[in-house]
Design a protein around this ligand. Structure first.
Ligand code: PMP
Length: 404
């Protein structure tokens, strides 16, 4: 049964049990209507209340300023790799509407792991000119990268090289596969994201997929777009939250008519989604419903974002302490050595010794610890400590590591 298991999945990941119980009931009979939540019209008053409640609670938890729209989009984080590029290129084109010799802008990527690499590659792909030899749509650049260090650390402030007039700057706040995360609110660390070095007026985009709602977002008002897939801390896969500054909700059709930008599918246009209150087409109703329940639960039961952040800090500290102790004895190696660059959500390590990793995983399995295998691209072990993973589960894993 569920209570004999500690689930450390990287996503889709565990959800709070009271939420699942409520959702199971809603799936059969929503709020006494005799109709399940996935059988109700997404334009009816019931669903309207669900999605509006979710937006209000999300705004409250993360203190999203009024000049930002909160969108419920589809297609996962992967679709946002394309959508942020397309919308921000359109916004840029409209700003330069009078230019007959429109030059492709640079787009600056901070590449600190697998997911920011993928986002950068998508920008490269979408920049391919409409015909061989024609002007590309954009010039993607790498403003900083830790690839030579195999993505086991973060760049320091003076290692960033932003272009003066980029269409945007892009970074990934928490690299789910590699286990590096920017140090977070109030940090004086040399690894903090260097907002001050980004030239004034250049929009900043952040992929928050795997750290969304785990703690407050530093300098939210310094961002143009923040997006996050639901399937870590928010709800089931299917919905992706996009927080976008309202001046960037632009008419991409008008931009396309000016030329010099790729075609923007209507499903990717933030303005259309915003104008239609995220109901331009049929939304992922179940995912939004469960996310709404999670948001209610986080506010009512978990003490809001400050309470959540405190528990996540305690969980991370407990596990890293056990790992550092085992590393000092030569039993394992923590992948990210710099404490300030370590993720609190995805903790990666490698067991030393021939055959010992399998022994570790088999022993873990026997004790009810599940889904600890690292991503297939990097191997090793990964423990994901999202919001629904309890401090007790983490302490139990820490005890197992000490004994092992
Ligand atoms: N960004 C990050 C940080 C992720 O962790 C993931 C998925 N784990 C993605 C983007 C891609 O999201 P999706 O699978 O929803 O397309």
């Amino acid at each position: 049964s569920r209570d004999q298991i500690h689930n450390f999945a990287a996503g889709p990941s565990p959800l709070p049990e009271p939420v699942l119980e409520k959702a199971a009931k809603g799936l059969l009979n929503y709020d006494g209507t005799g109709i399940g939540v996935c059988e109700l019209s997404h334009r009816g008053k019931e669903f309207k209340a669900i999605i509006e409640g979710a937006e209000a609670n999300l705004r409250k938890l993360l203190q999203v300023p009024d000049d930002y729209a909160v969108l419920f989009s589809q297609g996962g984080g992967t679709t946002q790799f394309s959508s942020v590029f397309l919308n921000l290129l359109a916004a840029r084109r409209l700003k330069h509407a009078d230019e007959t010799n429109y030059a492709p802008p640079t787009v600056d990527y901070v590449v600190t792991g697998s997911w920011s690499s993928k986002a950068y590659q998508e920008a490269v792909r979408l920049s391919i000119p409409p015909a061989p030899g024609a002007q590309p749509f954009a010039e993607p650049r790498i403003a900083a990268t830790t690839k030579p260090a195999k993505f086991t650390t973060l760049p320091k402030a003076d290692e960033y090289d932003f272009s003066k007039d980029a269409a945007y700057v892009y970074y990934c706040e928490n690299e789910t596969i590699n286990g590096v995360e920017f140090p977070g609110p109030d940090s004086q660390s040399p690894y903090a994201f260097p907002f001050d070095r980004v030239p004034d007026g250049v929009p900043i985009v952040a992929d928050y997929s795997s750290s969304f709602l785990s703690r407050p977002i530093p300098q939210i008002e310094r961002h143009a777009i923040i997006y996050a897939g639901a399937q870590k801390n928010l709800g089931p896969p299917g919905v992706t939250i996009v927080i976008v500054r309202k001046d960037l909700l632009v008419d991409t059709t008008e931009a396309m008519k000016l030329g010099g930008i790729p075609a923007v599918p209507i499903q990717s246009e933030f303005k259309t989604l915003a104008d239609n209150k995220s109901l331009y087409n049929t939304p992922p109703v179940f995912s939004i419903y469960v996310s709404a329940l999670v948001l209610e639960y986080l506010l009512a039961e978990r003490g809001g974002i400050a309470g959540i952040a405190e528990v996540n800090r305690a969980k991370g500290d407990a596990l890293y302490a056990a790992l550092d102790e085992a590393e000092a004895k030569g039993k394992l190696r923590v992948v990210v050595q710099e404490k300030d660059a370590r993720s609190l959500m995805n903790i990666t390590f490698v067991i030393e010794g021939e055959g010992r990793e399998k022994e570790f995983l088999d022993g873990a399995e026997a004790r009810g610890f599940r889904q600890l295998k690292g991503h297939r691209s990097v191997g090793g072990i990964r423990a994901s400590l999202y919001n629904a993973v309890t401090l007790e589960s983490v302490k139990a894993l820490a005890e197992y590591i000490k004994a092992f």
